[in-house]
Design a protein around this ligand. Sequence first.
Ligand code: MTE
Ligand code: MO
Length: 381
Amino acid sequence: MYKEKASRREIIALFSAAAVTQAQDVVTIPGKRAMIVHNDRPEDLETPLAYFDQWITPNDAFFVRQHLPRPEMREADFRLRIGGRVSKEIQLSLAELRKLPQVRVPAVLECTGNGRGFYRPRVPGIQWGRGAVGNAEWSGPRMLDVLKLAGADLQAAFVTVNGADVGVAKTPDFIRSLGMRKAIHPATLLALQMNGEPLPDLHGFPLRLIVPGWDGTSWVKWVTSLTVANEPDQGFFMNPAYRFPKHPGAPGAPVDRADLEVIEGMPVKSYIAGPADGDKLSMGATVLRGMAWAGEEHVTKVEVSTDGGSTWREAKLSPQNLPFTWRLWTAEWKPMRAGYYTVLSRATDSAGRVQPFVAAWNPSGYLFNAVDRIGVVVEGA
Ligand SMILES: Nc1nc2c(c(=O)[nH]1)N[C@H]1C(S)=C(S)[C@@H](COP(=O)(O)O)O[C@H]1N2
Ligand SMILES: [Mo]
């Protein structure tokens, strides 16, 4: 085992959340900094909030989610097969994929289950805290350019994407279908690179799907086949998994399968990345900072409260306002009295969506996006 436990004191320092307490293992996996480990075989790794100190999430700090044992990928015999409703079935090597125009898209990748651990009543599944999300620059050919090489019928309704991982025991093969409109969007890529490096094995080497603005489930890793079809794949990972109730029910109540729909775009959300929950601050000037993102929309406003939500003021958003990625924000704060403060952040997007105080409970614990919250102590002079 390559487990290398952080000291108890470090764990407490990282996660002594006053607002939300989660005791977890912090472990080192090859190629990664110390991460919060939910599973180590296959790896499900969460990014500690402390690593969100810049716009890009570095590869060695990026969260990992996989349902099945990671496939062995060999560059030399790798082929991407394109079939179904195409004028000719083709297979492309990596060299052929590299010859297509390479497009670079910065985009947030977030697991649908990010924040599941905060739902009450609890829901089964990985108890992700805040760190099943990251922002990277992805590059590779557009899905559209690859489909065109095979003479794909672009009037067909879906493209079904399969990776090299295969079903094991009760877990079926991981297969996803996406609607043609999103498949041929100019930002939808078959990425060969992540933050300027070849995709790391854990992130889908050598080829993964990038579906900017949509939840991580669609971002299929180790992609080996595209099938153009008029029907979506009927497998477990399209139905019933990764669906959200059209009309959320009461917390804890079951939802009729017929009332679930596929998750596509993502909600509006913000984090306070610093100071950390539980930090002790001194009186006077300090800066609150964080990031905000909104799926296929743009973040238009972030507000902060330092009094538990009684009063709010606008944070300063970074001028850069690209689609699909997060915006950084800062807010100056001069606490003048000692004591405990509950600090909140709340984002609004271009569709007018505002982060709620209470995320819509759902039986799978998806799409948690409640107002972010930390507690800090301001110490007297
Ligand atoms: N082939 C394959 N692709 C996959 C998965 C998987 O289990 N198998 N998991 C998906 C899910 S649920 C998420 S959230 C993202 C996570 O991507 P990451 O591990 O690069 O962060 O990959 C997606 N792509
Ligand atoms: Mo996910």
